[in-house]
Design a protein around this ligand. Structure first.
Ligand code: PMP
Length: 370
């Protein structure tokens, strides 16, 4: 377990730490042992053996002693085919997290504003704070639509913070983690069209829902899309993410990136997995089908309210104490996620497991909620 003791004494080096860093809590996901891990929006399916074999076969012939391609050329060629964008519109990083950080380093940094509708993915705020940016958090509005509760962008409030003559950065997570669904497209476009800065559209969960801004980049040169191999591609452990945007945006990311940010292993693995589109399609239909079934089953459990999802996870409102439900699930070997945001204090987030894992989750939830 990671323990931070921040006692400021005359001899402690902590007195040299920046004030804003002292106030931060490290992003340290749970390391609780469990049988079914549903806390980090990972895929329950490992990369298939045949694809792993192809990766090993290539890697074993590579020189480990030399640095590997710093601009990920082969991977960008493959991503170009996958996304439809030109290779020079693509930038590869060590996970979507690094891409987020690089975008902040290049376009925000000290004293610039970063606009973040919340609740959303926590890295935006953490990295922007570390970079010394001025973080502006605008709460999402909760609305009822067709009997469902949805999370809506507060465009009026957000636009109040738009500065005409100063460049800014705004993050829009599409679909949004942790609420699970897409924001209304017209509202997204209203913000994009009126913003004087870079709009980072985070499409980490793109493959589970299919909506994208990649095919609209020529119209919106100030939009940069973030994607990852950690979700549907089952490669969270290998750390590969990428950005797609205007060449002039992409060029700036090369200036702030670490020199050899994506390992030989990760580049080759990502190239090989992109060659198997049949596997990807199969994964997509598997997740969509499983999500539909799991939602139906969860909705039958009294005391649970499930938010709509276009991702591989559900945000679930609980009619009972969320700490009790979390602990009871953990006792039974199932790890879920409690988010820190105040508006989410009655919720748990859990990702979609395999059908067998979901059955175990459901049977325990039925028992705990009864
Ligand atoms: N964006 C969003 C919205 C996420 O949920 C995540 C991971 N949970 C990431 C980016 C980063 O993913 P990674 O660094 O694993 O690519």
């Amino acid at each position: 377990m990671f323990i931070f003791r921040e006692e400021i004494t005359i001899t402690s080096p902590i007195r040299f730490v920046r004030d804003d860093i002292l106030k931060l809590t490290p992003y340290m996901p749970s390391k609780e042992s469990c049988n079914i891990k549903l806390d980090a929006n990972e895929s329950p399916y490992d990369v298939p053996k045949e694809i792993k074999e192809r990766i090993w076969n290539r890697i074993k012939n590579e020189h480990f002693n030399y640095y590997y391609d710093p601009s990920c050329d082969e991977l960008r060629e493959n991503l170009s085919r996958y996304t439809g964008a030109n290779p020079d519109q693509i930038f590869v990083g060590s996970g979507g997290d690094e891409i987020i950080n690089d975008i902040i380093m290049a376009f925000a940094g000290p004293d610039r504003d970063v606009i973040i509708p919340v609740p959303t993915f926590s890295s935006y705020e953490i990295f922007a704070t570390v970079a010394g940016s001025n973080v502006i958090k605008i709460p999402l509005i909760r609305e009822q639509k067709y009997g469902k509760e949805i999370w809506v962008l507060d465009t009026r409030q957000i636009k109040k913070h738009f500065k005409k003559n100063e460049p800014q950065l705004m993050f829009l997570c599409y679909p949004n983690n942790p609420t699970g669904d897409y924001f209304n497209e017209e509202k997204m476009l209203d913000l994009i069209n009126n913003f004087n800065g870079i709009v980072a559209v985070d499409e980490a969960y793109f493959e589970f829902g299919g909506k994208t801004f990649v095919d609209r980049l020529s119209r919106y040169p100030h939009v940069v899309v973030i994607r990852t191999f950690s979700k549907i591609f089952s490669m969270a452990g290998l750390r590969v993410g990428y950005a797609v945007g205007h060449v002039d945006v992409i060029k700036q990311l090369y200036k702030v990136k670490l020199p050899y940010n994506v390992s030989l292993f990760s580049q080759i693995a990502a190239v090989e997995i992109l060659k198997d589109m049949a596997w990807l399609k199969n994964m997509q239909s598997k997740f969509i089908e499983t999500r539909k079934q799991l939602k139906k089953d969860l909705e039958k459990i009294k005391g649970l309210k499930i938010h709509p999802s276009s991702t591989n996870f559900f945000l679930c409102e609980l009619g009972k104490s969320r700490d009790m439900v979390y602990e009871e699930l953990l006792k039974r070997g199932i790890l879920t996620r409690r988010l820190g945001d105040d508006v989410l204090k009655n919720t748990l987030r859990f990702c979609i497991g395999s059908p067998a894992q979901n059955q175990v989750l459901l049977s325990h939830l039925r028992e705990i909620m009864s």
